[in-house]
Design a protein around this ligand. Structure first.
Ligand SMILES: [Zn+2]
Length: 340
């Protein structure tokens, strides 16, 4: 049954979708909206089962987005926009830049054909240490384990701190008879309260008496990167060397490897200048920002909003887009507005 809240939200989306585009014309000139995508997965893709709903759009949704953006915005290359802005050169009144985080193989398989069809540029942030590998990010590993634990309760033994986080999620799912995407999403959010080495160590220490999905390669390799670069539409940026969350105290060695060396590795790998950086999980700290400032032209965060004249080029906000909220034209325009 639809709640009053969901009906009110749907009505607000309709109103905002109608009111926002005319209002965009009256924004300060030189406004830029940066869209944040991760994966592009077809509706029937098995990869969706081990993925958070906030991580993907379908190819059809992405096609709809590109069609709509072109009606209102000039699509720009983010590094080029920042360079022009820094030099005080003229900029389009309303610009939009597309970004993809993590360097997923599906960006090549499903996003690239649509970017080529629409002649749209994009920046893809690669994790330099994982290019061409079958590396699985811990949220995907955790979600696969959760699914196995739901289907075969005796087959998975989580270490205690993980059990504390996952047991309430699994009990609620068992009572319902179904493990929903939202349950897995909640488990990942709770696990993020642990620091990176701890959560990875706990997942490594989980005993599983069932075969886990095989180690297929989900991330881009050198050949796919080369094909994307050859279109002239795709520019690459750094998303660190190991998807390292840059919060809190960070040692000089970690800063060097994750921020400085990842840039050199990616320049050699892509043959492009690596001018842009993306903070994993949106986590930042004063020392990390300072290091990024010294080595990159600009950097993007996960803070929601539009880039305005006074935005810090090394802490750029973005608008996250995924299927849940943006698979209709109205939902996409309302999300773009960042009003609701
Ligand atoms: Zn990421």
């Amino acid at each position: 049954m639809k709640t009053f809240k969901s009906i009110a939200k749907a009505a607000a989306v309709q109103v905002v979708a109608r009111a926002a585009p005319p209002a965009w014309r009256w924004r300060k000139p030189r406004s830029l909206v940066i869209l944040m995508y991760h994966r592009v997965l077809p509706v029937n893709s098995p990869a969706r089962l081990a993925e958070q709903p906030g991580m993907y759009v379908s190819p059809e949704t992405f096609d709809l987005h590109l069609t709509e953006i072109k009606r209102y915005f000039e699509l720009v290359d983010l590094a080029e926009w920042l360079r022009r802005s820094r030099r005080g050169e003229s900029l389009p009144p309303l610009a939009c830049a597309i970004t993809f985080d993590d360097g997923w193989r599906d960006n090549h398989d499903y996003a690239l054909p649509l970017m080529t069809k629409h002649r749209v540029p994009a920046t893809i942030f690669l994790v330099s240490g994982y290019v061409g590998t079958a590396y699985q990010f811990w949220p995907n590993r955790l979600m696969s384990l959760l699914r196995t634990a739901f289907d075969h309760p005796d087959a998975v033994a989580f270490p205690r701190p993980l059990r504390t986080i996952l047991d309430p999620v699994l009990s609620a799912a068992s009572a319902r008879g179904q493990l929903r995407a939202e349950d897995a999403d909640l488990a990942v959010q709770r696990a993020k309260t642990l620091d990176e080495p701890t959560i990875r160590g706990l997942i490594d220490a989980t005993a599983v008496a069932k075969d886990q999905p095989s180690g297929a390669r989900d991330l881009l390799d050198r050949e796919e990167i080369g094909r994307m670069a050859a279109t002239g539409l795709v520019r690459f940026g750094s998303h660190t060397a190991t998807h390292f969350r840059l919060a809190g105290e960070i040692s000089p060695a970690d800063l060097e490897r994750e921020i400085v060396e990842s840039r050199g590795t990616l320049q050699a790998l892509t043959g492009q200048d690596i001018d842009l950086f993306c903070y994993p999980n949106g986590d930042t700290s004063a020392t990390a920002i300072d290091c990024v400032r010294r080595h990159y032209l600009g950097a993007v965060t996960t803070h929601a909003g539009w880039v305005e004249g006074n935005s810090d080029p090394h802490l750029l906000p973005r608008i996250g887009v995924h299927d849940d909220a943006t698979r209709t034209r109205e939902g996409f325009l309302a999300t773009l507005s960042s009003w609701i």
